[in-house]
Design a protein around this ligand. Structure first.
Ligand SMILES: [Zn+2]
Length: 464
């Protein structure tokens, strides 16, 4: 079975081939850290993490980068409004983003920050100027789009359609309205860096080109982001990198679809009501992942309380199935193979891979996980279950959930012997008047749902 990915470049599903065998480089555009992220921002975070996990599952070593834009017009405006310096605002929202990402089950990501890569960004722009593909006017530097015939390759627009900023007054300094800014001269009082063109800061698009190259190389395997980034952001990134190096920035461009809220287009005010950090106080990261992954990543996704409740119910059903298998396993004995179960587990795993290989169809992959749960539940009806068969089920759940991350976090249950041992230790600590240690052990037990009771026969414990 081969993995197929819908490539925005060709607008078709293509067989995936990495540049280096067994290795994948992936760059996913990250947030501008001037505010908390909302559920719309969470979609690419979850979608591309799932792509990464699947690639790892099928044997690739994945190097995964998500940049953090920590200097930008939005940050500067916020600084003007609040009086807080840009770096203070950026640090606060970088920390918040990392916490939200972790809450959504995302790990092991390289997070370069713009302000820490200024030399590379300036060198990138200087390279373009040297080649005659960029020009300086009054302290700003622009990309000369007429010099790059492939401009339009990502968004599939013709050159005349590729104008943006039309609402804004046409900048007379540009040679052509399609040209976009690489370096912006600082206005008085703004945060700035020195460059060959005077003091200023980089444009948004150039950051990603420079950081993708620094952390992943000239051509990377997969570049991801939301559909809203196709134009102008990705179009400009692709143009800058290819114009400088003569090689494409990425072989596969992936874009996730829009997220609507109660069938309304995502807006800033809607987003403020649906911050990830707030959602994660009400529900689990697994439920949010389930809700996002229940639609194909390229389709629009409608998010609502009902969608989240359905996701929570789904997580619970799958979680119950796993918990029941685990519970039975604790008392299981080696037994005989159950052909029906073995066939059902294999079929669920095959369906899972087949659908994930088809451009990461997570909606159908979730269905495969429910088929596994159904097979598990049927097997648990049997009077005698074997250890090997139960382990087979758990192993399949683990394989699927390693990709989707939609099972509830496993509660580590304490075994009876462990509990007895802790209680003994606590009694000894109390006798030795080591009160802190005794309290610590009591807290551990309470946290695990163990209730201690003094009875006439001595200290007893029970599970909550
Ligand atoms: Zn980017």
């Amino acid at each position: 079975m081969t993995l197929k990915i819908f490539n925005s470049l060709s607008r078709s599903k293509e067989e995936f081939k990495s540049i280096e065998p067994g290795k994948v480089t992936m760059y996913v555009c990250g947030p501008t850290v001037y505010d908390y992220i909302h559920i719309g921002n969470a979609r690419p975070v979850i979608v591309f993490d799932t792509v990464r996990r699947y690639l790892q599952t099928i044997g690739y070593e994945v190097r995964y980068v998500t940049n953090l834009t920590d200097v930008d017009d939005k940050l500067i405006r916020k600084s003007e409004n609040t009086g807080e310096p840009v770096p203070v605002i950026a640090d606060k929202y970088v920390a918040a983003f990392l916490e939200d990402s972790a809450g959504l089950g995302v790990k092991d990501t390289i997070h370069p920050r713009v302000t820490e890569n200024m030399d590379e960004i300036i060198a990138f722009i200087a390279g373009l100027v040297e080649k005659g593909i960029a020009y300086e006017k009054g302290g700003d530097v622009f990309f000369r789009t007429r010099q790059f015939p492939k401009y339009g390759q990502i968004s599939h627009k013709n050159f005349d359609e590729l104008q943006y900023g039309i609402r804004i007054e046409v900048d007379e300094r540009k040679e052509s309205p399609q040209d976009f800014v690489l370096w912006k001269a600082a206005k008085p009082g703004e945060i700035k860096w020195s460059s060959p063109w005077g003091e200023g800061r980089p444009g948004w698009h150039i950051e990603c080109s420079a950081m993708a190259e620094k952390y992943l190389g000239i051509t990377i395997d997969i570049h991801g982001g939301g559909q809203d980034l196709e134009f102008p952001h990705h179009e400009c990134e692709a143009a800058q990198s290819e114009a400088l190096h003569g090689h494409p920035l990425a072989n596969y461009w992936m874009h996730n679809g829009y997220l609507n809220i109660n069938n309304e287009k995502m807006s800033k005010s809607l987003g403020n009501g649906l911050r990830v950090k707030d959602i994660l106080t009400r529900t689990s990261g697994a439920a949010v992942r389930f809700a996002i992954l229940s639609a194909h990543y390229r389709n629009p996704l409608n998010y609502s309380d009902e969608v989240l409740h359905q996701a929570e119910a789904g997580v619970e059903r799958l979680g119950n199935s796993v918990a029941n298998v685990r519970h039975r396993l604790s008392a299981a004995i080696p037994g005989e193979k159950n052909e029906d179960l073995a066939t059902a587990v294999e079929a669920a795993l095959a369906l899972f891979s087949e659908r994930m290989n088809d451009d990461f169809n997570t909606a159908d992959a979730i269905t495969a996980m429910f088929e596994l749960a159904a097979a598990a539940n049927r097997y648990l009806q049997e009077e005698r279950t074997s250890k090997g068969m139960l382990e087979l089920i758990l192993d399949a759940f683990e394989q699927m959930d390693g990709v989707l991350g939609i099972l509830p976090a496993a509660e580590e249950e304490l075994g009876d012997a462990e509990i007895d041992k802790l209680i003994e230790e606590r009694t000894a600590a109390r006798k030795a008047k080591e009160w802190a240690r005794a309290d610590e052990i009591r807290d551990i037990l309470t946290e695990k749902g163990i209730i201690l009771e003094d009875t006439p026969q001595g200290l007893r414990w029970r599970r909550k």
